[in-house]
Ligand binder design. Structure first.
Ligand SMILES: [Zn+2]
Length: 222
């Protein structure tokens, strides 16, 4: 099927189910509008880890559409879903309420070349959406993390290979550290698989004096 400019500007199928003539349908919105559940990845990041569901159905489809097919528009509904999750975690007492402390969202690192190829980093874009949805609060997005150029795409790697691929290769951008205040810090990613990315990210931030309170992801591979 030929791709026209209009197709790129106006996605004509739901990013979660591909069934309907809308970029994001109410059924998929409902599937992600849930209380985040605790997950225990094989590699323990050492802080609580929360996911909006298993890596299946609309969770998986929307992440793939965003990452592999350049569906930038999905940052908006996924940002809404993650913002609701943040509010639920606060209501449940898992993170401090906004009147006590501003919230810092740190997007998980992505390979720079991969991000460039898909028109920007989708996790960063989604985090910025979260901050926009929660605009009445002091929510800051600090893209503090990067991976070095030796890191390969993790698709197809075993758990051990993923760990080797990332070990010691997540780095903190010093420039952003000063912006971190006293508030809770959430590491945000699209999917947690083995937990390696989260664990390396939490460890790298800790070495830089930034304590991560929790990891929040759209989906968890179980
Ligand atoms: Zn849908």
């Amino acid at each position: 099927m030929p791709t026209t400019l209009l197709d790129l500007i106006l996605p004509r199928e739901c990013g979660g189910c591909a069934r309907v003539d809308a970029s994001w349908c109410p059924a998929c919105a409902g599937a992600l509008d849930v209380a985040p559940g605790p997950v225990r990845p094989r590699v323990d990041p050492g802080v609580p880890c929360w996911a909006l569901g298993p890596y299946a159905g609309p969770h998986r489809a929307s992440i793939l559409a965003m990452k592999e097919r350049g569906r930038r528009d999905l940052a908006a509904p996924l940002g809404v879903a993650l913002a609701a999750a943040v509010t639920r975690l606060r209501d449940a007492g898992e993170i401090d309420p906004p009147e006590l402390s501003p919230l810092v969202l740190v997007p998980a690192p992505s390979r720079r070349r991969a991000a460039r190829a898909r028109g920007g980093d989708p996790i960063l874009r989604t985090c910025r959406r979260v901050a926009r949805v929660l605009a009445s609060e002091d929510v800051r997005v600090e893209p503090l993390l990067r991976v070095d150029s030796r890191v390969r795409d993790s698709v197809g790697l075993t758990a051990d290979e993923r760990a080797d691929n990332l070990r010691g290769r997540v780095h903190v951008r010093r420039a952003g550290i000063a912006a971190i205040g006293r508030g809770p810090v959430l590491l945000v990613d699209d999917v947690v698989t083995t937990g390696t990315t989260a664990a390396e990210s939490v460890a790298a931030l800790r070495r830089s004096g930034v304590g991560v309170d929790a990891v929040l992801v759209l989906a968890a591979v179980r």
